[in-house]
Each structure stands twice: as C-alpha cells, then as structure tokens.
Design a protein around this ligand. Structure first.
Ligand SMILES: [Fe+2]
Length: 236
C-alpha cells in the first residue's frame, strides 16, 4: 500500500521517540525482534518485507485488515499464525493516544514479539483455544482479560529488571515509562485466576499490571486456561 510522505513522517517520529524507551524498557526478546525484523526507522514498512524476515523464524505472518475484525475471525487468524494487522497510520493529532490500533501499534508494538518461538507458540495456542470453544461468548470476558494483561500490557521480570513485552505499552510514548516506574501502578505477580478476575478500562493508563517470570510461564497459562474451559464443558 502506498503511503503519503506525511504518513512516513509520522512513523519516523513515533519510531524515533520510542527507540530510546525500548532500550531501557522493553524485554530483550522484543529488542532482538526489532533487530531481526530490521524495522525501518524512517518510513512505514511494507508487510511483505516484515513477513519475509518473520515467517522463517516462527511461521507467523502479519496480514492486513482494514480495522476491527470479529472475535471469531481474529482467533482463527491467530491459530493459523496470522496476525491481523491494521495498515493505516494514525493522524498527527493522535501521536500520543489513539483508541484503536494503527500500523505503529501493530507492527512496531506487536510483531517484534512474534519472532520469539515460545511467544509465537503462546499466541497461536491462545487463538486455537478460543477457536475451539463452542460457547466463546460465555467466556469472552476471560479471553479478553487474558489478552489485555499479557499480549497488550504484560510486564516481565528479566535479568535487566522489570521490562515490558505488551504491545500497548511498547507502542505508547507516555505509558511505557508510567507502567514501569509510576508509584500509582500496582504490579502483581502473574496469577491466572487473578488476571481472569481483574476487569480493565481502555480509556486511561493502566494502574494494575501483571508480571510474568518467563514466556514459558505464559505458554503454560494458556494450557491451564484450556483445562479450565474443558472442565466447564465449553470446548468443542
Ligand atoms: Fe494490540
């Protein structure tokens, strides 16, 4: 998709101001992902270029979608290692906040994580679990909370200290530092039951976040979620 010069300029500004924050606040896996994908600092990348580097690593592909996709379609994509990706660029007035994803959130925030085999396995198994439900509606809240507190806003305890792996944080100039350092944020050890019981609001910075020790822990949590759903008889 051809982009306008002002859209390349917005990408460049977003990228340049996040880069120093990533170096101090992103999980090493994310930083390695940015390097492996060779994301362009000064222009909006083409998904075909990103995918040429991504697919050999984990089988994941970023596939263009026009915006919101229904939950069932979204889960099916994930289960097939396809990440629905918005390709539009935010408007200048939305540099600091936008309520829906744009290509910077999706490609610079999410896709670097998909270079990690265990993270990719986690995301695909989450999608497969959701796609296997015959009553997805009854646990839509639980599925959303899991995704929110991990894929979007997850923190990790690393050898370099507390770091973010959630794309909502990694694509937000204001919120990444807030999530890692603000005294207003309660950072709780990841516990599946607590994650599933913690509602979230999307219109302000998050004041409760969950910290994993490893992506193996996250992968195991999807397995535990599958066992819970099987126990209540909603798995096909
Ligand atoms: Fe996202």
């Amino acid at each position: 998709m051809p982009y306008e010069p002002h859209e390349h300029a917005i990408w460049k500004r977003l990228y340049q101001r996040m880069l120093p924050q990533w170096e101090h606040g992103a999980t090493p896996v994310f930083l390695e992902g940015v390097a492996k994908l060779a994301l362009a600092p000064d222009h909006v990348p083409e998904l075909s270029e990103v995918n040429a580097r991504l697919a050999p690593l984990t089988g994941f592909q970023a596939v263009a979608v026009p915006g919101y996709v229904p939950a069932a379609v979204f889960f099916d994509h994930l289960s097939q290692r396809r990440f629905p990706t918005v390709t539009s660029v935010r408007a200048e007035a939305q540099m600091d906040y936008l309520p829906e994803p744009d290509i910077f959130h999706d490609v610079a925030g999410h896709v670097p994580m998909h270079t990690s085999p265990v993270f990719a396995d986690t995301l695909a198994s989450y999608g497969a679990l959701a796609a296997d439900l015959h009553d997805e509606e009854s646990v839509a809240g639980a599925l959303a909370r899991f995704f929110w507190y991990t894929i979007e806003f997850g923190l990790m305890d690393t050898s370099q200290g507390l770091r973010a792996y959630g794309s909502g944080l990694l694509s937000s100039y204001g919120e990444l530092d807030y999530a890692l350092h603000s005294p207003n944020v309660v950072r709780r050890p990841f516990d599946l039951a607590e994650v599933l019981a913690t509602p979230f609001e999307i219109d302000h910075f998050q004041n409760q976040l969950f910290v994993v020790d490893s992506f193996d822990q996250l992968y195991a949590a999807v397995g535990e979620l599958r066992r819970r759903f099987a126990a209540i008889g909603i798995l096909s």
